[in-house]
Design a protein around this ligand. Structure first.
Ligand SMILES: Nc1ncnc2c1ncn2[C@@H]1O[C@H](COP(=O)(O)OP(=O)(O)OP(=O)(O)O)[C@@H](O)[C@H]1O
Ligand code: NI
Length: 315
């Protein structure tokens, strides 16, 4: 069995000229080894920052507080040097934008081999074998001829598959996939979904998937985290969270899906803004005076979910 990834009061803020932006706030969760955990939530809710925060791949103005553990190891305390050998080896990344993640002036094969040889030069032969095996598995019948090309000579779908191979080159126990289907049409979405399924079947059983695609999340994930303004408002089994949501925000998110009637979540009420309480209070149909003045914590309900809402507080 592999290691769990554990976050304790994990927060990320950015120092900007307009002041501090709190992108991720007080996240407590366990990403279970052997399971697929999905992160969902509106644009700007902090999904990518949380994912990249685990790998410490954040802009220079970012500040992390709280802890991130990989098993017993506190990786949030790692130096950049330690982090460099950790990334790729333990957690492979399928990043949001494949085109930006491949170097346009280095041939495909060279880049992919280097993913292994930067960690250990003696593994060149092994890397070559793995390259061939993975490329074939991802649908490239002739890995050598594709390997001589540059990323700009390939289609978006091909680059997406190559970036998945890149993430898998070092055989990491974990994969982190950031919006693997963003901006893709239905056919490519299906292809990427197939790739993730394949990765899960053959390479790693532990995965974090960031997505807007709730249908993908329902199909692929065992567990779900629901983010809103940098906070995890509900977490638990994907089936429970997506089929019978508890938090008013999750309920709203599901109801706003085309398949569920497209009922939008209400706009924030101006008179409720700027209060110190729950982040969702300005938009919440159940908001009470207490919600405006006090922050709820993560309440565990009998089915095992954790919900950050006073409606689920034990008396
Ligand atoms: N370098 C930065 N400096 C300042 N703010 C930042 C920086 N990077 C991200 N943010 C802010 O952090 C918040 C969370 O961003 P993030 O990219 O994690 O959202 P997301 O949930 O992944 O959205 P999307 O679904 O659109 O990808 C946003 O408000 C964003 O503007
Ligand atoms: Ni994102």
């Amino acid at each position: 069995m592999g290691e769990n990834i554990i976050l304790k009061d994990f927060s990320v803020s950015f120092q900007t000229s307009q002041g501090e932006v709190k992108a991720v706030r007080g996240v407590n969760t366990v990403f279970e080894s052997g399971k697929v955990t999905g992160m969902i939530g509106e644009s700007g809710s902090g999904k990518s920052v949380l994912g990249m925060g685990i790998l410490k791949l954040l802009a220079a103005n970012a500040r992390i507080s709280g802890q991130c553990y990989y098993g017993d190891e506190e990786i949030s305390a790692y130096t950049e040097k330690q982090m460099t050998s950790f990334r790729g080896l333990k957690i492979g990344l399928i990043p949001q934008n494949p085109a930006e993640s491949l170097d346009p002036v280095i041939r495909i094969k060279k880049q992919l081999i280097e993913a292994v040889t930067t960690h250990d030069r003696s593994r060149k032969k092994e890397a070559e074998d793995r390259y061939c095996l993975l490329m074939k598995r991802f649908g490239f019948k002739d890995p050598e001829s594709i390997g001589r090309k540059y990323s700009f000579q390939l289609s978006g779908g091909m680059n997406q598959r190559i970036i998945s191979v890149l993430g898998l080159m070092c055989s990491p126990g974990w994969m982190l996939a950031d919006e693997p289907t963003k901006g893709l049409d239905a056919i490519l979405r299906k292809q990427v979904y197939g790739v993730l399924r394949e990765v899960l079947k053959r390479d790693t059983e532990s995965m974090i998937v960031i997505t807007h695609d709730i249908i993908l999340a329902r199909r692929l994930c065992d567990n779900i985290l629901v983010l809103y303004q940098g906070e995890v408002l509900e977490q638990g089994s994907a089936e429970l969270v997506l089929e019978s949501p508890l938090h008013p925000y999750t309920t709203g998110l599901i109801a706003s899906l085309p398949s569920h009637g497209m009922v939008p979540i209400p706009f924030p009420m101006a008179e409720r803004s700027g209060r110190p309480g729950c982040v969702f209070y300005p938009r919440c149909p159940y908001g009470t005076e207490r919600c405006g003045s006090e922050k709820p914590c993560d309440y565990t309900v009998p089915d095992g979910r954790k919900v950050r809402c006073f409606r689920y507080a034990q008396s």
